[in-house]
Design a protein around this ligand. Structure first.
Ligand code: BGC
Length: 255
């Protein structure tokens, strides 16, 4: 159990990639704060599952697009578990709209849930880590689309591109404090965000064919990378993104 005595927060922690990260960190011995906005029953089920593993977890309902809620999350970690070692900025949404049809509301929401939350999540977590001393880890769940255009998902690409520069810049700024900031860039993962593709056999076939490993990732395959980055073995990694994408960014259609 490589994360014994560590305390983690996972935003958007009760579904998709976030849920898998929560479980893996708990398996490695961390105490976990599970942030969520909907489906309290899913959070409770997760807490119980973690209890059975002999680990500790609490669910906290918080809207991470609001700075006050992010502060409340960090305060909950400290008041319940005494400290904060690992901040996973995972919560994310996409609208699948192009530059031509994205509305102001869609734009604002995508930017605040993906990027603003990661920016202030990093800031508030870093302040706590500096206060307690001993460094820490900030792990931003980005996407291959932090660097790779996805036509028809423009605001999402902007937000993930912003997370790329957040990771790099905050990584440099926080390095003297022993706080490592790393991004994890998944490709296509079998989670609710990709349901429309998964429910369309022709689309799914095209997607699988574009991935050198021939299939979407399971959420656990992203969670294992996060757990590595949270641990001792990743002590020299900062200000960069690790892509776990089955090779999709290097893929070729073989024309
Ligand atoms: C997006 C998915 C997309 C995947 C691969 C993810 O970041 O959320 O909609 O299928 O990247 O392109």
């Amino acid at each position: 159990m490589s994360l014994q005595n560590k305390v983690a927060i996972v935003t958007g922690g009760n579904s998709g990639i976030g849920q898998a990260i929560v479980l893996e960190l708990a398996r490695q011995g961390a105490a976990v704060v599970i942030d969520y906005v909907v489906h309290p029953e899913a959070t409770e089920a997760l807490e119980q599952q973690i209890g059975k593993l002999g680990a500790r977890a609490i669910g906290v309902e918080a809207d991470i697009s609001k700075v006050a809620d992010l502060q409340r999350l960090v305060d909950a970690a400290v008041s319940r578990f005494g400290r904060l070692d690992i901040m996973v900025n995972n919560a994310g949404i996409e609208t699948r709209t192009s530059v031509l049809d994205t509305t102001e509301d869609q734009y604002d929401r995508v930017m605040e849930v993906n990027l603003k939350s990661a920016f202030f999540g990093t800031q508030i977590a870093a302040a706590q880590m500096m206060k307690q001393g001993g460094g820490g880890r900030v792990i931003n769940i980005t996407s291959v689309h932090e660097d790779w255009p996805m036509p028809g998902n423009t605001a999402y690409c902007l937000a993930k591109g912003g997370m790329r520069m957040l990771t790099r810049t905050a990584g440099v700024e926080l390095a003297p404090h022993g706080i490592l900031v790393v991004g994890v860039g998944p490709g296509a993962v079998a989670t609710p965000i990709n349901l429309s593709t998964m429910n369309d056999p022709a689309k799914l076939k095209r997607l699988d064919a574009a991935i050198p490993l021939g299939r979407m990732a399971r959420p656990e395959e992203i969670a294992s990378v996060v757990s590595f980055l949270a641990g001792e073995g990743a002590s020299y990694l900062t200000a960069t993104t690790i892509f776990a994408d089955g090779g999709i960014m290097q893929g070729s259609v073989g024309l």
